[in-house]
Design a protein around this ligand. Structure first.
Ligand code: SF4
Length: 577
């Protein structure tokens, strides 16, 4: 079975803008109650995730007296806006500019005495909002059958709900024009809807079946399903990847995937990766088995633990230290426990629905917590055998890691948790990794300052820092809900990209200059592939490669394995020479 993802699947510009506004406000006003006027988008899993972040959909204006209310992309009627203003709440308008344009067209023509005909779904919030701008002169046309029942009337202005099918709208508009010669017809269909429908139509022509991802209550998603069915192709409408498990896709060789305008990329990614995994299971073969195993290791954080062990090998060899298996185990266990602990302790992401690790946590919660605690304890016990100073260093960063997402300062303070420090996640993660992979072997075996030790710490810190920033860039591209503790959210994707490029040049200078300057051994040259690998990852991130979140995370983490393997190879080759 081949799986093809549509180019235009996922958030449209209006929904993306509304989501960005909501998340930005939520990040800046963590202690305020934030509401969206009705569900922000028609996507139940995302609404649940927003609720976990404390962003609640408001159903009745009378329910609140204070707080911030965000108007969703569909917009609202002038009367609702007036009532909201009267209730004393702060209003932030996230109405899509294209919807605002239709509202303005209706208002202008209603003022000029036109009767307004809105072609769309009567119950849809966008249509309800648009009707409010018609000042009592509006009517909704759901189908052609509604036209004969229209009264003979004066001037007529026709508009469409932005997510209507253009083909259907033009047909209805033609009939209206025949009934009311001189009617003004405006093409208010959104291009993004049009593009999506055209692509799905093409897809339906060449695929055996098409999976449409999105809320069952999302009008534009349902329309995509209709487009596929009208073409005579089998269509499946799913809200989540889990629903695919109840569908038998084995009779279909080629399966297309598209999604409604309110479906976040992380849900689409999960659906595509579920389809790909079931395809690999069916095809069998050792390569597919290996790939599934690799993905399982990435999702379980075992791959990052292996990465930490490999980075310790590079860190030790750079400093001219022996490779200690106990140090490797300490680094691996520490990284495994901390990765998992922060997910468990952060209340706002406890569900982890948008994370590729979320399902493992949900299915095996007790085992997940037990492995986390045992790894942490085992790392601390092993560190005792390495000496009191390595133990104290590990204890310090373990306590720091445990408290990272926990409220430690009073509620009234601007910063309640370490996590509230802007950009802290990327910096502190890199510091902790550098401590276990370069500092601990140094304090245990040497303790004397050398340029090689400083180089090892700087290299490991920078490599992890770069990887951490790129992971969050991938998270943003996947519409995951991450906050200002990450540099890409803090400074934006473009500046983060420039920062990563600058740091990769720093890494290049570091690895090629220390040996000629006689500051460290030639092992540093072995790290050149890591710099090239960073550039490959930057290229993949820039191109928004259609890999799933887990595959991208695994690819980013592979650089730690490249570092360990290439330094080991270098030392082995030279010792034999
Ligand atoms: Fe705006 Fe178009 Fe998205 Fe509707 S579908 S919210 S009009 S961009």
């Amino acid at each position: 079975m081949g799986v093809k993802l549509a180019k235009n699947a996922g958030f449209c510009s209006g929904v993306k803008r509304a989501m960005d506004i909501v998340l930005d406000i939520a990040r800046h006003r963590e202690n305020e109650q934030i509401y969206t006027y009705g569900p922000l988008i028609h996507n139940p899993p995302t609404i649940e995730l927003l609720k976990k972040r404390g962003i609640l959909p408001l159903e009745d204006i009378c329910d609140i007296k204070e707080g911030t209310v965000i108007i969703r992309a569909h917009g609202i009627s002038p009367l609702e806006r007036k009532m909201l203003k009267g209730s004393g709440v702060e209003i932030i308008d996230a109405t899509c500019p294209k919807v605002a344009n239709v509202q303005a067209t209706i208002k202008k023509h209603a003022n000029q005495g036109y009767n307004i005909l809105i072609v769309g779904d009567r119950e849809h919030p966008e249509v309800e909002g648009l009707l409010g701008y018609a000042q009592g002169r509006g009517r909704v046309i759901g189908t052609e059958e509604d036209i004969p029942a229209l009264p003979d009337t004066g001037k007529v202005c026709v508009v469409a709900q932005t997510t209507q099918s253009r083909e259907e709208y033009l047909k209805i508009a033609e009939k209206i024009s025949a009934r009311y010669p001189g009617a003004l017809v405006f093409d208010t269909i959104c291009d993004s809807t049009e593009l999506r429908q055209a692509e799905v139509k093409e897809m339906a022509a060449v695929m055996d079946a098409v999976v449409i991802v999105g809320g069952k209550n999302s009008a534009n998603t349902r329309r995509l399903v209709e487009v596929v069915k009208r073409r005579g192709t089998t269509a499946f409408h799913v809200e989540t990847a889990e629903e695919l498990r109840c569908i038998d896709l084995s009779p279909f060789r080629k399966v297309g995937v598209s999604a409604g305008a309110s479906t976040p990329s992380w849900i689409i990614e999960k659906v595509v990766s579920e389809l790909n995994e079931s395809r690999r299971e069916k095809q069998g073969g050792w390569l597919h088995g290996l790939l599934n195993l690799w993905l399982l290791a990435v999702k379980n954080d075992l791959y990052s633990a292996v990465g930490a062990g490999c980075l310790l090998v590079a860190g030790s060899l750079l400093q001219g230290l022996r490779i200690s298996p106990v140090d490797i185990a300490v680094a691996a266990l520490y990284v495994l426990s901390m990765h998992r602990l922060n997910r468990i302790t952060d209340k706002k992401i406890r569900g982890m629905e948008d994370s590729f690790s979320g399902e493992i946590y949900r299915r095996h919660r007790k085992a997940y917590v037990a492995v986390t605690v045992l790894s942490m304890v085992a790392a601390l016990i092993l560190a005792i055998f390495q000496g009191i100073v390595p133990f104290l260093v590990l204890l310090l960063i373990t306590v720091g890691g445990m408290l990272y997402a926990v409220r430690i300062f009073p509620h009234s303070w601007r910063l309640e948790r370490m996590k509230d420090l802007p950009g802290s996640k990327n910096v502190l993660t890199a510091l902790a990794w550098a401590a276990v992979t370069a500092l601990i072997p140094w304090v245990e075996q040497s303790g004397t300052f050398t340029v090689g030790a400083a180089m090892a710490f700087s290299f490991n810190f920078t490599l992890v820092f770069v990887k951490s920033i790129m992971s969050d860039m991938v998270n943003i591209q996947g519409d995951r809900l991450i906050g200002r503790e990450t540099i890409p959210v803090l400074v934006g994707e473009e500046r983060s990209r420039r920062l990563v490029a600058g740091l990769s040049v720093f890494l290049l200078v570091l690895v090629v200059s220390v040996q000629p300057l006689d500051w460290a051994s030639s092992v540093s040259f072995a790290l050149l592939p890591c710099v090239f690998y960073v550039w490959i990852c930057v290229y993949l991130c820039d191109r928004r490669a259609k890999f799933s979140g887990a595959v991208m995370e695994g690819l980013l983490q592979t650089n730690f394995i490249v570092a360990g393997a290439s330094t080991l190879f270098w030392v082995f080759a030279f010792s034999r020479a």
